[in-house]
Design a protein. Structure first.
Length: 588
């Protein structure tokens, strides 16, 4: 997928918050016409029953061929119209599925990016949820939902023909509706458990695939497959129970429908024998009852799919609500790079411990800061909060005085450069990656590459800037990816640059090029660099030391390093000297 292909998707994804109103507006027309067509079709369904009633009660009695021909012509017209309307309604059903896909896909794609960046649970199932909705609208169950309420109308028509037949039809309707309710009660918990287990197994498999190299190197294929097989076995067991219960209820629904039609015919025959109803009423009401019960039978047969679709819609609503952007505001000027963070705290979802607590910092435009600290001190968490990848649990990040969380990403994104600790490039060419998958501006790409000190390295690649990046390819090493990511971060002259361990995979030449790049950027771009190595600290104005998620020291680089050096000497001075029992024994 090229930058030109991705652009329209990203543009539509940025409009994801409008999906609720947009989807409702797009679905309103097809749904309204589907309801209208359902009303007309269910009225036309009465035509065969009326034809039978007239044939038995009039044509056979009067032996009038003219009456029969008129009835045949009228019924043929009704059935032809029914065929046309049925075709149109089915096409509308497919259109509903298409509208759902076209409207939801861009919004869900934006929600997936947002959810994945925040490590939100369940985000990876969103595209499958959209497919579930489209599959539900392609099945007959949805149309049956529109037809099922007409059961009460048909029962009323049958009761009008004869009260005894109305009582029989009412009992039949109650049995079918009771069966539908029983199907819901019998499968509800199993369906929910099956969906949860399936999502968990899929997520576990996707996470495992990211560590495929380690699994192969350490020979972990067998235990990993064993775990996945155990998860999959639970999913299959749950789904099997649902399938068995659904099959049982669907078979019972078909048998029950046939049985009540037989019972209806028997009651009608008894009424004819007792001369309380005509043969036409007997036949017409029996056929009408069968038609009335058919949609309920289809709902029972498609119950699991309808429940899956409902659950998918609820999950999508949650995802879209969580990823919804703030209200559209007046366009703001491009930031100059003044960065402020006040009392930032963050607690990972599902954890009872904060990884960051009460951290504050302030940088003027063009000022730089290095962040150091032991592993697990919250450095990467702070970097993600400063660029808005994760929302802070408490506190606020301001860029040029504007809350970063309230700034639309499409507007502020070009002014921010970010190199994460785990660098991943997008599928495409090196030039497209540097250009952030937008339209490749050669001059800007070359400028960003030269500022990052990677121009010569890129030219040495097989196809230079046109080298295709494949996430599974080893043609570009991790160090090269990290240097290309720096060029991507510098593309378009951003005002804030946040680097998380930018030299973790670099060799000597790469680290020297990074140092030269940071030296050139000093005073021009606001830079935050998370690092374990002191080599980068010398290129920074300020230094922040984190420990256990809190600020230990902060200030100009020279002052903080002096304080750290003094503290280290003090600790060494007061540290107890290990006893040498042997020497003490000799002295004694």
């Amino acid at each position: 997928m090229t930058g030109a292909d991705v652009g329209p998707i990203v543009d539509r994804a940025e409009r994801a918050p409008l999906v609720s109103t947009s989807l409702g507006r797009h679905l309103h027309g097809p749904l309204r016409w589907t309801v209208v067509l359902s009303v007309v079709m269910n009225l036309l369904v009465l035509a065969p029953s009326i034809f039978m009633l007239q044939v038995f009660d009039r044509v056979l009695v009067s032996r009038s061929m003219d009456t029969l021909l008129v009835l045949l012509a009228g019924t043929a017209i009704a059935l032809t119209l029914l065929f046309v309307l049925d075709y149109v309604r089915t096409r509308l059903q497919g259109l509903l599925g298409q509208v759902i896909g076209d409207t939801l896909m861009p919004a869900v794609a934006g929600g997936l990016i947002d959810g994945a960046s925040r490590r939100a649970a369940g985000a990876s199932t969103a595209l499958r949820d959209v497919a579930t909705l489209r599959r539900a609208f392609a099945a007959n169950g949805v149309l049956a939902v529109f037809d099922a309420p007409w059961l009460f109308v048909y029962v009323g028509v049958i009761a009008f023909a004869h009260p005894m037949l109305g009582v029989t039809a009412t009992i039949a309707a109650a049995l079918m509706l009771g069966l539908a309710l029983a199907t819901s009660l019998l499968t509800k918990s199993r369906l929910a458990q099956g969906q949860t287990d399936a999502a968990h197994a899929q997520q576990w498999l996707e996470d495992t695939m990211r560590n495929a190299e380690v699994a192969r190197a350490l020979g972990l294929a067998a235990p990993l497959l064993g775990r996945w097989a155990a998860m999959n076995e639970r999913v299959l067991a749950t789904q099997g129970a649902v399938v068995r219960r659904s099959a049982w209820t669907a078979a019972l629904a078909r048998t029950l429908r046939q049985s009540v039609q037989v019972a209806m015919l028997a009651v009608g025959a008894w009424l004819v024998i007792e001369q309380r109803a005509s043969p036409g009423v007997m036949i017409a009401t029996t056929v009408l009852l069968g038609r009335a019960l058919a949609p309920v039978e289809q709902v029972v047969a498609n119950w699991s799919l309808l429940v899956d679709a409902r659950a998918a819609w609820q999950r999508l609503q949650t995802l879209l609500a969580r990823s919804a952007a703030p209200t559209v505001r007046m366009a703001l000027p491009a930031p100059r790079g003044r960065l402020e963070a006040h009392e930032l705290s963050y607690q990972p979802p599902g954890s009872d411990r904060s990884t960051l607590a009460g951290v504050s910092l302030e940088l003027a435009p063009g000022e730089s800061m290095a962040i150091i600290g032991p592993s697990g001190s919250g450095k990467s968490t702070l970097a993600r909060l400063l660029v808005g990848v994760w929302p802070p649990g408490a506190g606020i990040v301001r860029l040029d005085g504007v809350d970063l969380a309230q700034w639309p990403r499409a507007e502020v994104g070009p002014s921010i450069g970010y190199v994460p600790q785990d660098v991943q490039l997008f599928a495409g060419t090196v030039a497209e990656n540097i250009a952030r998958l937008g339209t490749v501006d050669s001059e800007k790409v070359l400028e960003a590459a030269r500022r990052a000190g990677v121009h010569d390295m890129i030219l040495a690649l097989r196809d230079g800037y046109e080298t295709v990046v494949d996430t599974n390819s080893a043609l570009i090493s991790p160090g090269q990816r990290q240097r290309i990511a720096l060029a991507r971060a510098l593309y378009g002259n951003p005002r804030l640059l946040v680097l998380d361990e930018p030299n973790a995979s670099l060799d000597g030449d790469g680290e020297m090029a990074l140092g030269e790049a940071l030296k050139a950027l000093r005073g021009e771009i606001t830079v935050i660099a998370v690092t374990h190595r002191t080599h980068l600290v010398q290129h920074m104005d300020r230094l922040l030391v984190l420990e256990a998620g809190r600020t230990k020291l902060q200030g100009p680089v020279a002052e903080v390093l002096a304080t750290l050096s003094s503290a280290s000497k003090t600790v060494a001075h007061i540290a107890p000297v290990p006893r040498n029992d042997r020497s003490e024994g000799v002295a004694r």
